[in-house]
Design a protein around this ligand. Sequence first.
Ligand SMILES: C[S@@+](CC[C@H](N)C(=O)[O-])C[C@H]1O[C@@H](n2cnc3c(N)ncnc32)[C@H](O)[C@@H]1O
Length: 166
Amino acid sequence: MPGDPVEVVTGDAALTDQYAGLVPACLVLVCGVFGNMTDDDVRRTIGYCTQLCAHGGTVVWTRGRWEPDLVPQICNWFADRCFELGWVSDPAEGWGAGAHRFTAAPVPLERGARMFTFVGHHPRTGPDRDRSLTDLHPERTGGPPRRQPNRPAEPRTDRPGRPADG
Ligand SMILES: C[S@@+](CC[C@H](N)C(=O)[O-])C[C@H]1O[C@@H](n2cnc3c(N)ncnc32)[C@H](O)[C@@H]1O
């Protein structure tokens, strides 16, 4: 809100604990990271966006369009998690960015989880697409969060009014 102080957290952005007390947020920026992780971690991190983003909130993300271009798949993964596309950059631009709006109720924050491992990227070929995650972080087990967000109740048709937007 205008006039509210801005709180800056300096820490490992991959750890869900860093977001405790700050989410779900109206605006989630996942910029400069999807191009530095395996495809599986991109999917996994999109899964965690259901915990970071408020109902009706927006995730703004970026991703280089190294071949094979992951941007269409990123849009599919967001759709699978109840995010609707607001905008995505034209492939002809050469760079990838998008905005997705969350249409479901957020899932409570899972504490103590690592969402991704930052592996960096080669400027021409992009990140290592499928390096074994357990090679990078042997302590990591399991996959992306399984719990699906709750879809909000359908708006009632028997009386005027808006659907709940909390
Ligand atoms: C490609 S740059 C993007 C910078 C900026 N977000 C942007 O979009 O222009 C990625 C940045 O993320 C930082 N980074 C990598 N892993 C991180 C982590 N786990 N937590 C916080 N920052 C991280 C890197 O040091 C680097 O500065």
